[in-house]
Design a protein around this ligand. Structure first.
Ligand SMILES: [Fe+2]
Ligand SMILES: [Fe+2]
Length: 181
């Protein structure tokens, strides 16, 4: 992993997209009558919570966005307010994904519908969200932030990564295994 903080976020995005794309590829089977791979879906929920939300969104919301606000980017509206709103939407969709998994035991038809809706939402949200960050927000950060501020992010990101180090490898290996599949 690169130690440049912006490159770290770009690298995280690649793993997130591997999981999102795989989930999307499962949707037609879930909508039909194919068996649902519950352990895989549960692991995807864990990945989206721990890797994508707590760790990756944590670095963005607690460190990158405040640094941009310090550099006079407005805190609400486009882009920061919009991106934070999308993080909230992402959390809800992952909750819906989990709800769908839990429903499988009691109401399979409803469970399949809930799972498909959640996956459709996730597949619509994340690639677009990631594109906005990669193509617009990160280049803007590279223009606006001084070397000292980038260094501050590097230190802050290392702290966040340390908190999540115990499951980082499990999650990146999971994403790579899905890409290979
Ligand atoms: Fe984000
Ligand atoms: Fe991101």
């Amino acid at each position: 992993m690169s130690d440049h903080p912006i490159q770290q976020l770009v690298d995280d995005h690649r793993y997130i997209l591997m999981v999102v794309n795989h989930l999307n590829s499962l949707a037609p089977g879930i909508a039909g009558s194919e068996p649902v791979d519950v352990p895989l879906l549960r692991q995807a929920v864990e990945f989206m919570r721990e890797f994508a939300d707590h760790c990756h969104h944590g670095k963005e919301e607690d460190l990158l966005f405040p640094a941009l606000v310090e550099a006079n980017v407005p805190e609400s509206g486009c882009p920061i307010g919009g991106l934070k709103g999308e993080h909230v939407k992402g959390r809800k969709l992952v909750g819906q994904l989990e709800e769908g998994i839990n429903l499988l035991e009691t109401d399979e038809a409803q469970a399949r519908q809930t799972l498909c809706e959640a996956i459709r939402g996730i597949a619509l949200l994340y690639p677009d969200h990631i594109w906005k960050e990669d193509a617009m927000v990160f280049p803007m950060a590279e223009r606006l932030l001084s070397d000292a501020e980038v260094n501050g992010l590097k230190v802050g990101f290392a702290e966040v990564e340390k908190t999540h180090a115990h499951h980082h490898q499990k999650h990146t290996e999971f994403a790579l295994s899905l890409q290979a599949a």
